[in-house]
Design a protein around this ligand. Structure first.
Ligand SMILES: [Zn+2]
Ligand SMILES: [Zn+2]
Ligand SMILES: [Zn+2]
Length: 248
């Protein structure tokens, strides 16, 4: 499978409107500090799916020449993870959407003007789309009631996306996500002790998780402007960037 990080920014994206920090200035110039909101493209020989549909989806689909999407999986009902789905309006009909029932209830009320094909998924139960085995696992992301991460498996290879997630991950989930070939980890800030952000992992949490579950490779996403400009931060951390691709 091929995995492309379409958007590696946090909720406001980088640059943030009205911010003049060094990282936002770097992003404004169009470098790798420029981060759209969260969406991940996963391609198999049979098709194309998206993990989350952030508000920048139109731009992402155009930039990556994505003509058709076979399914969308939503991790949770936060604005920066689903509102771009509206960009399918008059572009693609009857898009299959997957998620926990509570998450779909919330998101599909917002998207009532569209008619996606709803697929309720149960936590920890594996299902298949475009030949990929997909499992949603429990994470914590206060105050969201049922946030999930996503496991994708194909031909003995395993990719794990944490979704938005706190450092405390349930033991059962830790067992399920053990030994991935690639871990795509929420890492919103370099150090949460300074900024008091609790509902996401920071860089240290994400690296500790990677080590704990023996990830062969880890990449950060959901990155805020509190990191240094990309080229500097990337010397210290496994920073993702928009358009980054992995062939697994
Ligand atoms: Zn988010
Ligand atoms: Zn800034
Ligand atoms: Zn969130």
């Amino acid at each position: 499978m091929k995995v492309t990080l379409l958007g590696t920014g946090d909720a406001p994206g980088t640059p943030i409107i009205g911010c003049n920090c060094l990282t936002c200035q770097d992003g404004l110039k169009g470098g790798k500090s420029n981060r759209l909101r969260c969406s991940i493209l996963v391609e198999s020989e049979k098709g194309t799916i998206l993990l989350d549909t952030g508000p920048d989806l139109r731009q992402q689909l155009l930039e990556h020449n994505i003509k058709h999407v076979d399914g969308v999986i939503w991790t949770h009902g936060h604005y920066d993870h689903f509102t771009g789905f509206g960009e399918f309006h008059r572009v693609q009909r009857k898009v299959d959407v997957y998620g926990l029932a509570e998450t779909l209830d919330y998101i599909l009320e917002y998207l009532a003007f569209l008619r996606p094909r709803r697929n309720n998924v149960k936590i920890n139960e594996t299902f298949e789309i475009i030949g990929l085995r997909i499992t949603l696992f429990e994470v914590k992301h206060r105050p969201v009631s049922n946030p999930v991460g996503v496991i994708i498996e194909e031909n003995g290879k395993k990719v794990v996306f944490t979704g938005d997630c706190e450092r405390q991950i349930p033991q059962k989930s830790l067992e399920m996500i053990d030994s991935p070939d690639l871990l795509i980890a929420d890492a919103i800030v370099p150090d949460s002790d300074v900024l008091h952000i609790k509902k996401h992992m920071d860089a240290k949490d994400a690296l500790e998780l990677a080590q704990k579950i023996k990830a062969k490779e880890v990449v950060f996403t959901h990155i805020s402007h509190f990191f240094k400009p990309h080229s500097i931060a990337a010397q210290e951390f496994p920073m993702g960037y928009d358009g980054m691709q992995f062939v697994i």
